[in-house]
Design a protein around this ligand. Structure first.
Ligand SMILES: Cc1ncc(COP(=O)(O)O)c(C=O)c1O
Length: 389
């Protein structure tokens, strides 16, 4: 069966995963697969060493992207979810207190709720307003000396709003808590410097704004934080020891890594660094402003998230009163060849804040390849559907 999609797709689902990937990413993966996809760190032959270098090169690219001094403080993970689980489960003790927000992805909420049930971890959620902002004084009030961790996203995957990470880090430091930032929607679109911002752990995807393939991501872990590993096993190092090595990154990278994917991720990071993260972020912001201006003129349409002119990442979510979001997304795809995502976007509490709990929403999300023409096509299609139902 040939199920390749032949018709051109206007891809507006970058918040889920970026597409297409740059040619250099495809080439790096093909080169790795053909020439050097031996097992890195497991053997002294030339090809294993070459594979190890691929990992090191990508780690170096990521370190310079995120202001990390020691590349070994970055552990590769298969996605943001794995990185968040490692960060959350690795630093909490029974009875600890955690503060998070009502805007988090299930990849934060579910591990926290698991820790609550299993280890009596106490979890508080800071409320979020309709524009996707938190009240810092509420966060301050919820934090105490018992608070071990603050975990929040840098940018909401429903609303595109951006949280003030530096101020949140100051609150975390004032009570001696760690700060774990979920950079799923910001890595590659907003400059992130972990030292300047005061971030103790940064969970990031490789497959979204960094333009790498699916199955890649990572976790930066501050050198002052001794996280308990989540996965134990072979690392190719200290094999005679029964305990997991204490040396980084091996401590957090048990099992054969995704060498081919990591080769692609390195090329993706090089690609965005050549363009400039701020340039990419600004391009995406301009597209959101255009989309908001145009969509706000469609009858019966309600936009979610920050107002026109406010900072946001490349996400514009909305609902049409006359048609269910899933039906709208289906029609956009089947009749207009436009790929967007409908539903709850794995963030049910954010829908509570946005007053869309009953309906969910349609989310369009833009990348560096997205053009004004793509946004025009979306607006035209939505307008057309709105007038036909
Ligand atoms: C804010 C946020 N956190 C976490 C995730 C999970 O990311 P991944 O699919 O890389 O595990 C996503 C995915 O969309 C997200 O938007």
């Amino acid at each position: 069966m040939n199920d390749t999609i032949h018709q051109p797709v206007i891809y507006l689902d970058h918040a889920a995963t970026s597409f297409p990937k740059p040619e250099s990413v495809l080439q790096a993966m093909q080169h790795s697969m053909r020439e050097e996809a031996a097992n890195p760190g497991r053997g002294g032959h030339k090809m294993a060493i070459a594979a190890g270098r691929v990992l090191m090169r990508t780690r170096l690219e990521l370190s310079s992207l995120f202001g990390v001094s020691n590349p070994s403080d970055i552990a590769f993970m298969p996605n943001t979810t794995a990185a968040l689980n490692q960060g959350i489960q690795g630093c909490l003790q029974p009875g600890d207190h955690v503060v998070t927000t009502m805007m988090e992805h299930n990849s934060v909420r579910r591990p926290l709720e698991y820790m609550r049930k299993k280890y009596q971890v106490d979890v508080d959620y800071v409320t979020v307003d309709e524009a996707g902002q938190i009240d810092l004084s509420e966060l301050r009030k919820l934090c105490s000396r018992k608070t071990r961790l603050i975990v929040c996203n840098h940018s909401s995957n429903l609303l595109g709003s951006i949280l003030p990470i530096q101020e949140i880090a100051e609150i975390a430091q004032s009570v001696g808590a760690w700060l774990l930032v979920d950079a799923a929607q910001s890595a590659g679109s907003i400059p992130v410097d972990v030292k300047a911002l005061g971030i103790d752990m940064l969970a990031f995807p490789g497959h979204k704004g960094l333009l790498g393939p699916q199955g890649t991501g990572g976790l930066y872990i501050s050198p002052s934080l001794d996280l308990e590993p989540l996965i134990y096993g072979g690392t190719g190092s200290q094999s005679e020891e029964v305990d997991q090595p204490s040396v980084r990154p091996d401590r957090y990278e048990a099992g054969t890594p995704n060498t081919v994917g990591i080769a692609g991720l390195g090329a993706g990071v090089r690609y965005i660094k050549d363009i400039g993260v701020s340039v990419i972020g600004h391009h995406e912001w301009l597209l959101t402003q255009y989309a908001i201006e145009q969509l706000s003129a469609v009858r019966g349409l309600r936009l979610l998230g920050p107002q026109l002119g406010e900072p946001r990442t490349g996400i514009v979510s909305f609902i049409l009163e006359s048609i269910d979001p899933s039906a709208l997304a289906f029609r956009l795809d089947r009749e207009y060849g436009i790929a967007v995502r409908a539903g709850y976007h794995c963030t049910p509490l954010a829908h509570q804040s946005a007053n869309t709990t009953l309906s969910g929403a349609v989310r369009s999300s833009f990348g560096y390849d997205t053009t004004k023409k793509d946004v025009e096509a979306l607006v035209d299609a939505v307008r057309h559907i709105a007038s036909s139902v």
